[in-house]
Write a protein that binds this ligand. Sequence first.
Ligand code: BG6
Length: 499
Amino acid sequence: MKVPDNSNLVIFGASGDLTFRKLVPALYHLFQTKQLPDCFFVLGVGRSEFSDEAFRERLAVYLRDEYALSDQDLSGFLPHLHYLALDTQNAQAYASLKHRLDVLYEHYNTPHNTLFYLATPPSLFPIIPRCLAAHGLHEEHSGWKRLIVEKPIGYDLKSAIALDDALHEVFREEQIYRIDHYLGKETVQNLLVFRFANGMFEPLWSRNYIDYVEITGAENIGVEERGGYYDGAGALRDMFQNHLLQVLAMVAMEPSAAINADATRDEAAKVLQSLQPIQKDDLQERVVLGQYTASVVRGESLDAYRDELHVKPDSRTETYLALKLFINNWRWQDVPFYVRTGKRMPTRVTEVVIHFKSSPHPVFRENAPHNRLIIRIQPDEGILMVFGLKKPGAGFEAEEVSMDFHYQDLGETKLLTAYERLLMDAMNGDATLFARSDAVKACWKFVEPILDYKAQQPAVYGYASGTWGPREADELLKRDGREWRFPCKNLANTDYCEL
Ligand code: BG6
């Protein structure tokens, strides 16, 4: 990837989880692989009081523990990290940020190209830009200024619009980079290359040949320590509204005229705007909500969701969601998309399954093959194609066989993590893999009736931890004569779900 021009990163929420777990490890790796500019600094901003040295030491402890790094490994990287304690809600206090930035720009002799990263609680998202603007820190006369916003981008359509308005008061849309880390995943991007770099798949990619599409985003972990946030969000807001709808957009969008921020995001937005709203009367049939219950999984006793830390004991929040949706356009009319996501499922797996229609004149009725293309996003990233061949021996019988490609077969190629890729893109000014305002609003618009439905306290079905969700989710497909694909080659080894 192109090494960005000299530029700097200001992280708001620098003592938080995201900074430690994702941002700093990503920056360290980019630094080690010489992908960061020659002159760059990171200024962490947070409420707690730390000196630069104390901040570096805290991060060093984390990196040493998590990544088995030595002091020597870290010695070149750590001096680029700085810290400023600031009351981020107080506009006046930003004078000290301005001053500190001026000192650092001069010390590093860098242009004032600066990426402001909002890794804070969402309540601060509208406030920080205003405070930056109060001191002209958003102005671009001596270098570009960009704003990265983490999820959640709003809580519903209304709050997403309000947040957008607040951001746009200060930053132009081209300066705003809304992170959806699924778009940073190599295999999600591969959906575009696979579809549009090959002449052989695209002609089949429509209602003419595709029967239905499945998208699964399963996790084996529970809500861990995030019960406080998750209980107010649920799977619909946490995974579906953003990550899975973005994946769906990549699967379903029209080929874009070019791969760049405008052209690609125009097409992604169009498909999200074409999602058919689920009618009130259909919600009960088309949306299945579930919540994990206590269970013993491989000898380990796992708590019920309601017993997790910071979760209300009578919570009705869904940790599992399955739904059936349609896209109202020529390409996809009447093709169902079944999407499911859940926590505490048997394994971690994200994949898209394209089910093709069967042959129009099935002369091999017995064992007629069911053509499928499985695009595995994680783990064992790859692609599997299932088709029929003649069963060896006498007679003419078909049998299903498969062809598969695994990214790991590419040997030495080291995939960038999502955050590495997205940080680089933002520094390079490439917004192709960031969610645009219109697309985010389209996602909320589709989700809105489901939020209203949830507010009426519909049934939330229990499923034992370590299972594939409630029975009612199987019924959703069974009613249409279908079933969810069983994603693992070998479920005895649930730690790693092979393609
Ligand atoms: C986050 C959600 O955005 O994505 C988490 O808040 C979820 O609840 C995570 O676990 C899943 O991401 P990944 O990359 O592990 O699939």
